[in-house]
Design a protein around this ligand. Structure first.
Ligand code: PXP
Length: 243
């Protein structure tokens, strides 16, 4: 069964709207764990628009499940990651103007920069996952860079119209997932996953970790964080038990 990574960036986004101390993503992480989260994910962006350095420091001490730090392959952030040594870093592309992470990381087009970052993280004992599009060339280069995992971008699947278009995107994820696993990589997936579209992705053979943020935080506003995570976890459990 795939594990559930809960991305709590949006909790920090609400706090930063007023530059105050609440809601605290550290509290959200604790509630997410109580709801069944297997991984807590945060993205420390260069512009610090939501998660702050303090959040990552405190989460590093308090999170009892796996902490997954998303970051760009940039020297200043790499330095922070190497000092904090979270169990897992996911390297993502980052553009200041974007609302959220848009495409996957172009590993093939930025080998030297990405490799320098991976090497530093590996030296610090941090496991690395690369957030990439479901594309064999990107997977092949990821394998050559010796990372443990790839996270396939599920955005195109999430954005596709329900029906044949979505089915085609699902098949691309399945095929790329198979290629990643055959290449010896651990398979993660994420972006744009919701309570409505998660089940087929949770059923992709070998899917090991799903990272979900927006949909869970949106539901949490209505039913509370612990309950929102519990409901998502139940769907993932159901997806694997009904196979
Ligand atoms: N995975 C990665 C690498 C991401 O950058 C994000 C968004 O921060 C997610 C998963 C979660 O996406 P969403 O918020 O759409 O669930």
């Amino acid at each position: 069964m795939a594990t559930l990574g809960v991305n709590i960036d949006h909790v920090a986004t609400i706090r930063q709207a007023r530059k105050t101390i609440e809601p605290d993503p550290v509290w959200a992480a604790a509630l997410a764990e109580l709801g069944g989260a297997d991984v807590i994910t945060v993205h420390l962006r260069e512009d610090r628009r939501h998660i702050q350095d303090r959040d990552v420091r405190v989460l590093r001490e308090t999170v009892q499940v796996k902490l997954n730090l998303e970051m760009a392959a940039e020297p200043s952030i790499t330095e922070i990651a190497c000092a904090l040594r979270p169990p897992q870093v996911t390297l993502v592309p980052e553009r200041r103007e974007e609302v959220t992470t848009e495409g996957g990381l172009d590993v093939a087009g930025n080998i030297d920069r990405v490799k320098a970052c991976i090497d530093q993280l590996h030296q610090a004992g941090v496991e690395v996952s690369l957030f990439i599009d479901p594309d064999e060339r990107q997977i092949e280069v990821s394998r050559l860079l010796n990372v443990a995992a790839v996270e396939l971008h599920t955005g195109a699947y999430a954005d596709a119209a329900v029906g044949p278009a979505q089915q085609r995107e699902l098949e691309k994820l399945e095929q790329a997932g198979r290629f990643a696993i055959d290449s010896g990589l651990i398979l993660h997936l994420g972006h744009g996953l919701t309570y409505r579209n998660v089940i087929p992705v949770a059923r992709i053979p070998g899917a090991c970790e799903l990272n979900i943020g927006h949909s869970i935080v949106a539901r949490a506003v209505m039913v509370g964080f612990q309950e929102a995570v519990r409901e998502m976890k139940l769907l993932i459990q159901r997806a694997s038990s009904a196979q």
